[in-house]
Design a protein around this ligand. Structure first.
Ligand code: IPM
Ligand code: MG
Length: 364
């Protein structure tokens, strides 16, 4: 196999954590005799500095040419003026749209070794293992009209949340398919008591559910879901929802696991790569953490776990993905930690040393 991967290291700690994930991918490729073709491109603040655009055309082309994309993080105080004409986040939204990445998979798994990192009681979060499937190219993020008009005291702003039946159905199908490989339960989250888009969402979700009689299905309103997530999080297997609700709920769910430094994500589209798997963009869910950038203390595990998701979903390399995930668990069980998840008595590793620790444990 020739794994052609486009790296978008981005800003802040992005380059540091992507370097460790690349190290792990290289170790996997060497061991299996695959060639690894890594190409870097600019996205976010670094792209604005170099080209004036958050998503240069060359980056879109490089991503489209690759089998999969690995992203670090974008953004930072240097580019965060809300009045700036270009912002790093536009690069992220732009590449999702350009690659048609409609499904954002965010697994939230509570590791026993890290159970004390959560702000919730261990008995609440023990055993949590859920997958949030967030719609990523529709809703308020891209709906028109969007914008503002008028001058004080008559300023106005508007956002629009459009959804088509086709967009809802493909996301729900993805959720049901994923549930079949898990505990076979799908929870569709909406606000059908208020929003027209949510009523359509619920209707279409039920129609899709008919094709999956082997999967347990329920609807929950988004406000109630946000409560259940911290009360009885173990009840969830796959949560499927629209773009904005998914953005909010996935950050909430992330805190069950204690640290953002541990959680990977995958964004998948309809387009297939040369191996017949979905093209995808893989990224840690944490941000660019400008306060600790350049100090080699960032936790690379979320990015390394994102690389594992890439091997599974864009290359079908399930065994290799499992090896990486087991290596991460083994490293944690051995008491090795980065600073963000350090508990008393743990051995604290810097970013490259954590990458090495994973590589060492890959084939144990
Ligand atoms: C995320 C982020 C982005 C989003 C921001 C940075 C635009 O919060 O990936 O969840 O809202 O989608
Ligand atoms: Mg978010």
């Amino acid at each position: 196999m020739n794994l052609s991967i486009c790296l978008l290291p981005g800003d802040g700690i992005g380059p540091e954590v992507v370097a460790e994930a690349a190290k792990v991918l290289r170790a996997v490729a060497d061991r299996k005799g695959y060639t690894l073709e890594l190409r870097e491109a600019l996205l976010g603040g670094c792209a604005i500095d170099a080209t004036g655009e958050a998503l240069p055309a060359a980056t879109t082309v490089a991503c489209q040419a690759a089998d999969a994309v690995l992203l670090g993080a974008v953004g930072g105080p240097k580019w965060s003026d809300p009045k700036a004409p270009v912002r790093p986040e536009q690069g992220l939204l732009g590449i999702r749209k350009a690659l048609g990445l409609f499904a954002n998979l965010r697994p939230v798994k509570v590791y026993d070794a890290l159970i004390d990192a959560s702000s919730l009681k261990p008995e609440v979060v023990h055993g949590v293992d859920m997958l949030i499937v967030r719609e990523l190219t529709g809703g308020a993020y891209f709906g028109q009209p969007q914008g503002r008009s008028g001058n004080p005291p008559n300023r106005q702003a508007v956002d629009t949340t459009p959804y088509t039946e086709a967009e809802i159905a493909r996301l729900m199908r993805m959720a049901f398919e994923l549930a079949r490989a898990r505990r076979r339960k799908v929870t569709s989250v909406d606000k059908a008591n208020v929003l027209a888009t949510s009523r359509l969402w619920r209707e279409v979700a039920h129609e899709v559910a008919v094709d999956y009689p082997d999967v347990q299905f329920e609807d929950v309103l988004v406000d109630a879901c946000s409560m259940y997530l911290i009360r009885t999080p173990r009840n969830y297997d796959v949560i499927a929802t629209e773009n904005l609700f998914g953005d909010i709920l996935s950050d909430e769910a992330a805190m069950l696991a204690g640290s953002m430094g541990m959680l990977p994500s995958a964004s998948l589209g309809e387009a297939l790569n040369q191996y017949g798997f979905r093209r995808g963009l893989y990224e840690p869910i944490h941000g660019s953490a400008p306060d600790i950038a350049g100090r080699a203390i960032a936790n690379p595990l979320a990015t390394i776990l994102s690389a594992a998701m890439m091997l599974r979903w864009s290359f079908g390399l399930n065994m290799e993905a499992d090896s990486i995930e087991r290596a991460v668990e083994g490293t944690l069980a051995d008491g090795l930690r980065c600073k963000d998840i350090a508990s008393p008595g743990a051995t604290i590793l810097g970013t490259p040393a954590m990458g090495d620790a994973i590589v060492e444990r890959l084939w144990r």
